[in-house]
Design a protein. Structure first.
Length: 188
């Protein structure tokens, strides 16, 4: 299913429900929903997004998820059964993360801390170094495990899977996501 630009623009400002269960071990945090994600109500849903192919390649999930059409209830259950959760730093959908304001990112970090404290995953994997640096006041942060935990969870920064992040491939994304997943005990 392809959406026209005018149809997607109608989704600006929409939100996408968190994918979270009682046994979350690894919480992926996107920057904010894109318009396609908002339209199909599925995190990381744009057809060019490499999130689910990278999870599959990493062995974090064991089947492909058709993100462009939106997740089925069975897909959501599969992720939850594997201890995977997904949320966003900022809830409102935009065409590009660059449309977000610094204060929105910082408020998102404060809210994420409460969310993590409530759900208690072992690992939080933030997808996007630039947003992480801004949101958490860490201008020199690097990819990988962060020195400080977030509300009791290991905090990792992993590459954003957007097709706009052209220097990453499905293979490099998979390797970095697998490291965070191994720390969470989701893969061995």
């Amino acid at each position: 299913m392809l959406y026209s630009r005018p149809a997607l623009e109608l989704c600006r400002g929409w939100t996408v429900p968190d994918l979270i269960g009682p046994d979350v071990e690894l919480l992926f945090v996107g920057i904010n929903p894109g318009l396609w994600t908002a339209a199909v109500q599925t995190h990381f849903a744009h057809p060019g997004n490499r999130f689910y192919p990278a999870l599959l390649k990493a062995g974090i999930i064991d089947r492909d998820i058709d993100r462009a059409a939106g997740m089925s209830d069975d897909d959501r259950s599969h992720l939850l059964e594997r201890g995977i959760g997904i949320t966003n730093l900022v809830a409102r959908a935009t065409a590009r993360a660059a449309e977000l304001h610094r204060e929105e990112l910082r408020e998102g970090a404060r809210q994420l801390e409460g969310f993590v404290g409530h759900h208690q995953p072992k690992v939080v994997a933030m997808a996007g170094i630039t947003a992480f640096r801004t949101a958490f006041h860490r201008p020199r942060a690097e990819m990988g495990r962060q020195p400080d935990d977030l509300a009791g969870a290991q905090c990792w920064v992993v590459p954003n899977p957007s097709g706009l992040n052209a220097h990453e491939t499905i293979d490099t994304l998979a390797a970095k996501y697998r490291e965070a997943a191994a720390a969470a005990g989701v893969v061995s």
